[in-house]
Design a protein around this ligand. Structure first.
Ligand code: C2E
Ligand code: MG
Ligand code: MG
Length: 662
């Protein structure tokens, strides 16, 4: 293979006008002239693509087969002439291998950015084509001819690899040498080059010469690096993405398997209330915030740790090589401190916090995804515990999470399969002692678990949004039921029904029309529908809340505040909103003593309610004493086990029809 270039085919690169620009070693031998005297000579333009020509070399005339092709030299068009001395072809040698070499040479020469080099391994000198020097920013005379000068320009990180590759190639019988490395450009930057070459060997097989091409592949390498970057980094924050994070985590897991003393932790972080910032200040500001959060997270970590953005406002952190759990919790605290410093966001000052879940490698994970999942579960726990805190994962959480997932799946089906039903609990007017209203309370007839109470699924339904169809089902069911009772019990024209409304429902922009639709469908007088909202609803944007309440009142329905006293709203808050009834939470009712003990707060609530023109209803009345006390406090209404537990619609109808009074 070595003499494909050497003894076999001479190659000349000609300018369009026939002047020789470059020649290979075989051409030097054929013409018996050194390269320096070949370059610049006028070869003359061959007339045919293939012809047999006479060469007048210094050692006498010779015949050669000439093949002409067009190609390029550097960035200029060029003609490539290959000459195969006629007598140099041994009878038995097939013609194909030579052509292959020719072809290869052609390809090399055609590439726009190629330079050529020819290294004499004995003298340690090297010849470069002008183009090769130009690739590195040097003129014709600027680079010396020793190989060491060449190696000096190779990037420090690549030099060992390059030497090893050359050594391996020369010692092998691999026909082609190919290697990519960086070389110093005159400007001080590095260029990526692809070197391809062939060794020329003596009879003993020892390589004496290595020659080939050099291509500037800097653009390609940069593009590849950018693509790799895009594949592994989040474009917004420039942090590693999920893929790279899992990759690093995989290494940590492997390391932990080898070395049981090695401990690492994964933190799963979710920015608290980010959605609100994003919604109120806009996505651009939200994005800016995420970038700033990313920088602060980096500040809170040591150099060996990895922080990644999984997407949205979720970040993960790999704490490498920690000693104890408290190393991880300290980092979590440090992150909270960083996030608590105000963020300046184009005219807005925002402080934030994060919910952080922590999972430790000590639990013995095999898959990186599993540890991320557990950190995520712990993060949910931290959120549920009130945000701005961290929680450590324990296996109990996992079971609970699985249970919740199953519950959610079941709940979705429950709606489709009509497993939900409504029970009713009477509300008594204390003046008459008679039932004036019933509260609709949802129940879930679970196929395996029997009757499930709302406390077990309402929070989940609120989180998942399922509360919207559930709430609407209850409202429709309750209104239809009340209308049916009116028709079957003609005396009961004033009985009202009270329906609980979740915050998620209350903020629906079309809530009013949804309520109107249910009222007209059930043909119910709007005055007989009471909507119960909790104090937390009042904590939403006050203007929007007032507006919504006013609209609801305009269509004729009445509004009750449920569980009053357990939320955050102050009594002063109440006067801002058009509200009809106040339901005092049972935590104020149950401690009421026979002699008026523990009645101060309840009394204050009742008084203020009355001053604001509201009707007050006591919840959770269980005993005759409590009933006497709420009468004493002049509550208008009462509800509780003393009168009745929530019961199904048939029993409720019987109770109403019985006309009992307390
Ligand atoms: P709530 O609206 O305050 O309903 C009163 C709750 O107190 C009911 O619990 C009722 O069974 C219970 N209760 C009534 N009297 C007494 C008593 O004397 N002593 C005691 N210890 N408890 C009493 P339930 O039915 O389990 O409902 C719990 C909560 O679930 C409700 O509290 C309400 O916030 C929510 N909920 C129920 N149904 C719905 C619904 O359709 N939509 C929405 N959004 N929430 C609902
Ligand atoms: Mg209620
Ligand atoms: Mg209540």
């Amino acid at each position: 293979m070595t003499d494909e270039l050497e003894g076999g085919t001479a190659i000349l690169v000609l300018r369009g006008d026939g002047i020789v620009r470059h020649a290979n070693a075989a051409a030097e031998a054929l013409f018996a002239r050194p390269l320096s005297s070949l370059i610049g000579r006028n070869f003359g333009l061959p007339l045919a693509r293939r012809s047999r020509v006479r060469i007048l070399g210094t050692s006498g005339p010779a015949e050669a087969d000439l093949i002409l092709r067009s190609g390029s030299w550097g960035d200029q068009p060029a003609l490539l002439v290959s000459l195969r001395p006629v007598e140099a072809i041994p009878e038995a040698t097939p013609i194909e291998p030579d052509r292959a070499a020719e072809e290869r040479y052609m390809l090399v020469a055609r590439a726009a950015n190629d330079g050529f080099w020819d290294w004499d391994l004995n003298s340690e000198t090297v010849h470069y084509s002008p183009r090769w020097k130009m690739l590195l920013g040097y003129g014709e005379e600027e680079i010396g001819a020793t190989i060491s000068e060449w190696f000096e320009r190779v990037h420090g990180e690549d030099i060992e690899r390059l030497r090893a590759a050359i050594g391996a190639y020369l010692g092998s019988d691999d026909p082609h040498f190919e290697h990519e490395y960086r070389m110093l450009h005159k400007s001080g930057t590095y260029r990526w080059v692809l070197c391809r070459g062939l060794a020329v060997r003596d009879e003993g097989g020892k390589a004496i010469r290595l020659a080939g091409s050099a291509t500037d592949i800097t653009q390609r390498r940069l593009a590849e690096e950018q693509l790799a970057h895009r594949a592994f980094y989040d474009p917004l924050t420039n942090l590693p993405n999920r893929g790279l994070f899992l990759d690093r985590l995989r290494h940590a897991v492997r390391r932990e398997k080898r070395n049981p003393n090695y401990l690492f932790a994964v933190l799963f972080l979710d920015v608290d209330r980010f959605k609100r910032i994003n919604d109120s200040l806009g996505h651009t500001v939200g994005d800016r915030m995420l970038v700033l959060v990313a920088r602060r997270l980096e500040l809170s970590l040591r150099p060996g740790d990895t922080v990644a953005r999984l997407g949205g406002d979720e970040f993960t952190i790999l704490l490498d090589d920690i000693h104890t759990v408290s190393d991880a919790t300290h980092v979590a605290d440090r992150i909270q401190d960083e996030l608590a410093k105000p963020f300046q966001l184009t005219g807005h000052e925002v402080v934030t916090s994060a919910s952080i879940g922590i999972a430790l490698s000590a639990a013995g994970y095999d898959k990186p995804e599993d540890i991320v999942r557990d950190a995520d579960t712990a993060m949910y726990r931290a959120k549920a515990l009130g945000k701005a805190r961290h929680a450590l994962f324990d296996t109990g959480m996992h079971e609970q999470e699985v249970r919740l997932l199953k519950l959610e799946a079941d709940l979705r089906r429950a709606i489709e399969r009509d497993e939900l039903l409504v029970h009713y609990q009477p509300i008594i007017a204390l003046v008459s002692g008679r039932i004036v209203a019933v509260e609709a309370l949802v129940r879930w007839k679970h196929p395996e678990r029997g009757l499930v109470s709302p406390g077990e699924f309402i929070p989940l339904a609120e989180e998942t949004g399922l509360i919207i169809p559930i709430g609407e089902f209850v409202m429709r069911e309750a209104c239809l039921q009340l209308r049916a009772w009116q028709l079957s019990m003609p005396g009961e024209t004033d009985l009202a029904v009270s329906v609980n409304l979740s915050t998620r429902q209350f903020v629906l922009p079309d809530l009013v029309s949804r309520v109107e639709a249910v009222l007209s469908e059930s043909d119910l007088d709007p005055r007989l529908l009471l909507l119960e909202i909790t104090e937390s609803v009042l904590m939403e944007k006050p203007e929007a809340v007032r507006n919504m309440l006013a609209q609801l009142r305009r269509i004729g329905v009445r509004i009750s505040i449920d569980d009053f006293g357990t939320g955050y709203s102050s009594l002063a808050y109440l006067q801002r909103f058009p509200i009809d009834n106040l339901k005092i939470d049972r935590s104020f009712v149950s401690p009421l003593g026979e002699h008026g003990e523990n009645s101060e707060i309840a009394r204050t609530i009742v008084n203020i309610g009355h001053n604001l023109g509201m009707t007050v209803i006591a919840e959770g009345v269980e005993t005759a004493t409590q009933l006497a006390q709420v009468r004493e406090l002049e509550c208008e209404g009462a509800q509780g086990h003393l009168f009745s537990h929530p019961i199904d619609s048939e029993m409720t109808a019987e109770l109403i029809a019985a006309g009992r009074s307390w």
